[in-house]
Design a binder for this molecule. Sequence first.
Ligand code: PLP
Length: 381
Amino acid sequence: MKESSVITLNKEALQTNWNFLRSYFKGTKISAVVKGNAYGHGISVYVPLAEACGVNHFSVFNAEEARAVFDVASADTTIMIMGSLKDSDMEWCISNNIEFYVFTNERLSSALKLAKQLNKKALIHIEVETGMYRTGFELEKIPALIKTLKEHKEHLTFRGLCTHFAGAESIANYVRIKKQKRLFKKALSSFREAGLEPQIVHTCCSAAAVRLPDMHYDMLRIGIMQYGFWSGPEVLVEYLSRHKKDVSPLKRIIRWESSIMSLKHVPPGEFVGYGTSFFSHEAMTLAIIPIGYAHGFSRSLSNMGIVLINGKRAPVTGTVNMNCIAVDVTNIPNIATGDSVILIGTQDGQEITVASFGERSSQLNYELLTRLPQDIERRIV
Ligand SMILES: *Cc1c(COP(=O)(O)O)cnc(C)c1O
């Protein structure tokens, strides 16, 4: 995959995004969510870039991602695991001050046992179930948790109390989110009334951070926005209308670029590619690009996706193959093998955004980004 395309990350755009996030969220501490290989941007390249923008807290899904961050991050950077964690990785976490979510009694017992063995405190974030029904302790389990946390203060640090909203990006979930807010507040009070104060309280992902300012507490867990995207169109529209703006202050930092592998002239009246999904009504010139669904260019972009060549938009013709696509360059002058092809990014004032892919293929930015393979080279510009 290495030779067929390159991903570049724009440092200046990233600085713009972090400046915006800090001022918009009024200096509330932000954890940079870098699960899914930093939403496709590449953990090992992205984390040092983010640190250069002043970020010192990263959230990941599992221990493997935590190790990837750990390998490149500075010593005083905090790493927090929000999801999967095997007992076999927990020892490493505790030894290296990697913080982690606890949402089951089994994980709580393991943390306690290992903290005792290692004679080092486990830094745990208690996740509360408020209505997402994915992970988290139900409210009725809180009294037992309080007892354990109090009894084992010397082994367990109550680092955080947290929850996750089930779709704050859509107004359709308004009632459900409202109930989640209420339950979380109730959970927090239970701990406080028992004299247990978590060191930090955090509930908001990007959409919730924009929409629920009353739920910011001590830290926000920002994923998609740092990369220059909004969680969905409603969140962007809400931001723009509330602040009487007409352009997003966020900048995309990713650019995905390939080049023309070969050109193909097609006579009128032929089917192009596999099967019969594209028919040439006239003589056409196609450029073959060595990028396919194996590289994260979704098959659902067949006859739908668009790329940029010489600053002009070239539509995908026929189906996306495993390792290549054909795009129509009939009306683009001076086309040649080796010409640059923009899959995501700008060229001569034209832009291909992941969002426009998203609309066309009814997928989310999140999914398209995280599908970008780990082994495409990432460069910084
Ligand atoms: C992914 C995730 C986030 C970040 O979500 P964004 O919408 O990308 O900001 C925050 N919290 C948890 C628990 C997550 O899983």
